[in-house]
Design a protein around this ligand. Sequence first.
Ligand code: GLA
Length: 335
Amino acid sequence: MGANASLVLLLVLLSSGVALGGEQQVPSLRETYAPYFEIGAAVSPGVLYPYDELLQTHFSSLTLENAMKFVEVSRSPGSYRFHSADRVVEYVREHDMLMRGHTLVWHSQVPAYVFLDEDNQPVDRDTLLERMEEHIGIMLERYGDAVYAWDVVNEAISDEAGEYLRTNSRWYEIIGEDYIAHAFRMAHAADPDAKLFYNDYNAVQPAKRDKIIRLIKELQADGVPIHGIGIQGHWSLYDPPVSMIRQALELYSELGLEIHITELDMSMYAWNSTAPSVWEPTEDMLSRQARRYDEIFSLFREFSDVITNVTFWGVADDHTWLDDFPVRAQILTSL
Ligand code: GLA
């Protein structure tokens, strides 16, 4: 188990009052939380076989960590490859699970060609809008039946004080502020049944939360089809306080949308750590993490009229991006 472990299993033990005593006695997360919300995991095709039993026991919803991102499905103009995403979609169908689609429009993990013309110059607004529409159309046509909720736009809000939208995004630079509204309208036109989400990190921190609320209200006022807010939830032992999560849930609930917790994990490190403080989590860290998960899930249950899916980012403690963030695993191994 890595020091960044997300400790899904301890969480269910604490929440359900079951004594620790070996994996066989661990109750199913998906069954425990079925009265409240779906429980999801983020996967790559490579984890399906090794984690098959864990996935089927504990999760009712899957998200692809990477395989539906623009750069993963299309490396060069006019060519799309779907085999990785298809394998997971097949698994989801076979096991009667739900699938979240992640993600259609994001500043990161987009192939450079999307923003360039034949002379390697930036394309104009209309061309980029056409390319966005084409990409959204291709993804929704292929996966519209399998995916029930899409992260249409990811991380469009700025972290900078005094700046509203993220300006270091080629979508923003070339199209302008309304790229977000366009993306939602295009997704809705391509699949009128799909639930369309805006997804972001630091979404419970007051300054960013308020900008997200402003964005949602503007979209709603313009009649843009949007159905949900994705709170990523890359949290840690230290941050954010549960009271801050509560406040955000109260305010988001007033918008009349569904809420998905889309990328939940809980690092042992503060987000700005640069060096490992421990090799393995101490007992104290593990019980703090379990207590925090317990508090957070109690809170989620209170909001289960609006929270409909809680997805962990990763599968288990030995499969999580936190092995490399914020402290890289190589640093640990080279010590
Ligand atoms: C963000 C993205 C995810 C993933 C994580 C880190 O939250 O939305 O797709 O890249 O970062 O793994």
